[in-house]
Design a binder for this molecule. Sequence first.
Ligand SMILES: Cc1ncc(COP(=O)(O)O)c(C=O)c1O
Length: 446
Amino acid sequence: MDVTYRIEQKRKLNGPFPGPKSQALAERRTKAVAAGVASTLPVYAADVDGGIIVDVDGNQLIDLGSGIAVTTVGASNQAVAKAVAEQAQRFTHTCFMVAPYENYVELAEKLVAITPGDFEKKAVLFNSGAEAVENAIKVARIATGRQAVVAFDHAYHGRTNLTMGLTAKAAPYKRGFGPLAPEIYRMPMSYPFREENPNISGKEAAERAILAMEKQIGGDQIAAIIIEPIQGEGGFIVPAEGFLPRVAEWAKENGIVFISDEVQAGFARSGAWFASDIEGIEPDLVTVAKGIAGGMPLSGVVGRAELLDSVHGGGLGGTYGGNPVAVAAALESIKFMEEQDLAGRAREIEAQFFERFTALQKDVSALGDVRGRGAMIALEFVKAGGIEPDAALTKKIADECLAQGVLILTCGTYGNVVRLLPPLVIGDELLGEAFDVLEAAIRKHA
Ligand SMILES: Cc1ncc(COP(=O)(O)O)c(C=O)c1O
């Protein structure tokens, strides 16, 4: 990896944390910003580069969150910033549905080329992950003439009405926000660490879900099965080998559209372009967002041309979908990922992570599971000796890291998973330092 940094890649805490400027901003925020939007950090960002977030008081934190898996190429990647500025100087918006432009077409061509599936594909662009998921379901319903949609335990697909219904966890995502969309069915996931029968294979876990779909819905009633190939918010759950291929095969046998939600796992994060590539599956539709555009809001649905083309003209779109500035950022981000082999970098991070934390697991019985792929990696904490989730311990560890200047995020249905999503441009030294801080926090509290 050949990356130059603007900001010195060093962790630095200057005095009180949060500092006075962040505290003053927190006060202003309380008066002006809706309470429903929460933040992990108590400090306010001023500058971000590589693996470092500088706050308004000059503290430098190591970033192991990438704005929730978004800034894969860095939050101020200079090639991306240049492309954004150049496009903004020419035009910021025309609306592709009004006056189309070339870079939308170019990005569609690129997405068709890099997503899994050796068949004729097309793409359509939107703004957020949730919007991509909603549109993938629209496409599946119109293409099949069916209504039922299957999602899985621990799934996260967004916060809009339909995607909130697809998401598994009630609090904070769904509670009190009903009524939820109808015709959504939830099926058992393959969650190797939490299986009652620890020897259940991926194929057997798939048969369990298939039986439930046959009995509770009927294969001929299902428009779409949507699944994250590595579940994100639900706990960075990697299904057992063979689970996804069998579910995908059954979907095909029953004329069901198989949607791989790669909003979080896509774009080199998993150590491949897409996590579906690692599983050897060819989804009918793939939803993409987050890492696609170096932090600019952009998403898309890519997949079988005949499915996407089953929608009548004007049936898909939106004012901002495929905004030319965001698209310029995406083209540059994808080029950077290719040139710098960021998927390879994600695999290096994976190797360093597993070496360090599987060794630690031998000493710490509360560290129940070490899992993930590429730079989408996690630690699941339990009450020592069993599998009872320990959310309190997880929070203590995350808070300790934060106090030491390392930003880590937590996730999981039971709130007991520390997840690491470093920007792929982070250097080895800084990453190793962040791992040191995390390991020390685990040893201190577990
Ligand atoms: C797998 C998955 N799908 C969909 C979404 C929703 O994306 P957005 O927050 O951009 O709407 C997310 C966000 O975390 C996600 O991880």
